[in-house]
Write a protein that binds this ligand. Structure first.
Ligand code: SAH
Length: 381
């Protein structure tokens, strides 16, 4: 069995502190912002005004903050809203209903987010780390390793920025208001625990403190860091937990999701059921269908036995192609048989509509390469 350097991948824990970005209002709760504004010699209520522009109106240009005195506008906005994400490229597909944004961070790291419009909702898929240390062999992000954790505001700003894109009417056929956030972009959210939880608090706090999303419309997806799942259950939050299971048996899961070498299938499922009990939220079990690897009927039956009677829903994800991968998606008849067996076991199961494949924006394809500037699919820069 291989050793597990991948468990201690939090770069902050290695003594070499990566350069974190400047503090931004989304790093702070409202009292924290008021304290900062007071330090600047401004009245505390200015914190609420700037917060209202950023979270309530999705405005970040100081020139549009006309309720602030012209003399202090630039200084206030410059301090509270430093630029965290510089758009490098935006790719669109599905007639504009799916858009992948590539951002450069202050230290040159690259991360991606995906905006997905549906007739009844708008979802953004956001990154929690630059790269990822979990090393799942079928995921593009996992191949390059971890660069660093994102700050709370770097996480939140992806959602706020893309909420602004949606509000501008860019996603035809969808409501203009961002409604759902999934932590399914780059990184392992629970390996950047405190910043991710703070980001969730900003996303759900009502404006002007936050974006005012419903907790039940936020999904945190994890490889299964058991202590962190238990800690999340103890927060006063009821976000949806998605567990990237991908195999019902330890032998295969040790390979597909290497962190399984530390926390086994039975342990991670126990933590998931405790999460469901505490929060009342159904756990989403993610399972990428990989041809001849994890798609056998006996694995469907075993998965069915593990999940029957539990507060769980299975999301099967047709494997998305990643560079150099030796694996393919399961054929449709195999997928259908897998679904049938799970449903026969009484387990609610759907196959995920994988958005954004053509722009490498689908699950597991986010790798933040900047080498395709000549790509004819580039929509805006
Ligand atoms: N680190 C977290 C969140 C990011 S990935 C996690 O693993 O849950 C979001 C989902 O996409 C996970 O379920 C992940 O396992 C899945 N995924 C990764 N690579 C994929 C691929 N090539 N095809 C389909 N799904 C993939």
């Amino acid at each position: 069995m291989t050793s597990l350097p991948l468990i201690s991948v939090d770069p902050d824990a290695r003594g070499r502190r990566p350069a974190m970005p400047p503090c931004h209002l989304a790093d702070l709760d409202l009292p924290g912002r008021q304290a900062l504004v007071t330090e600047l010699g401004e009245p505390a209520f200015r914190a609420k005004q700037v917060s209202n522009h950023y979270f309530g109106r999705l405005v970040r240009d100081p020139a549009q903050m006309t309720d602030l005195p012209a003399a202090t506008r630039e200084r206030l906005a410059g301090t509270l809203l430093p630029t965290l994400l510089t758009p490098v490229r935006e790719l669109a597909c599905d007639d504009g209903a799916t858009r992948k944004a590539l951002w450069r961070l202050h230290d040159g790291s690259l991360v991606e987010s995906v905006l997905m419009g549906y007739p009844d909702r708008v979802t953004v898929c956001i990154s929690s780390q630059a790269g990822c240390g979990m090393a799942c062999p079928f995921c593009a992000t996992g191949q390059a390793g971890l660069t660093r954790n994102l700050s709370t505001a770097e996480i939140v700003d992806q959602a706020v920025y893309l909420a602004g894109v949606a509000a501008s009417g860019a996603v035809a056929g969808s409501p203009p208001r961002l409604s759902h956030v999934v932590f399914m972009g780059m990184g392992e959210p629970l390996a950047n625990y405190s910043r991710v939880v703070a980001a969730i608090r900003r996303l759900v706090a009502p404006a002007p403190e936050g974006l005012g999303l419903s907790q039940r419309h936020i999904t945190v997806s994890t490889v299964g860091l058991v202590p962190a799942i238990r800690r999340l259950a103890s927060e006063d939050l009821s976000v949806t937990l998605a567990l990237s299971l991908h195999a019902p048996d330890d032998e295969l899961r040790d390979e597909l999701v290497p962190v399984n070498q530390r926390w086994k299938v039975s342990e991670v499922l126990d933590a998931a059921w405790d999460y469901a009990d505490t929060t009342g939220r159904r756990v989403s079990i993610e399972y990428a269908m990989i041809k001849d690897v994890n798609d056998q009927p006996w694995r469907a039956d075993l998965l069915g036995r593990l999940l029957a009677g539990k507060l769980a829903h299975v999301n099967l994800i047709p494997l998305n192609p990643t560079p150099g991968s030796r694996w393919d998606a399961s054929p449709k008849p195999v997928e259908r048989e897998f679904v049938r067996r799970l449903r026969d076991a009484g387990v609610s199961t759907t196959v995920r509509d994988t958005r954004g494949r053509e722009i490498d924006g689908a699950c597991g394809q986010l790798a933040a390469a900047e080498d395709r500037d000549s790509d004819p699919r580039a929509a805006t820069a």
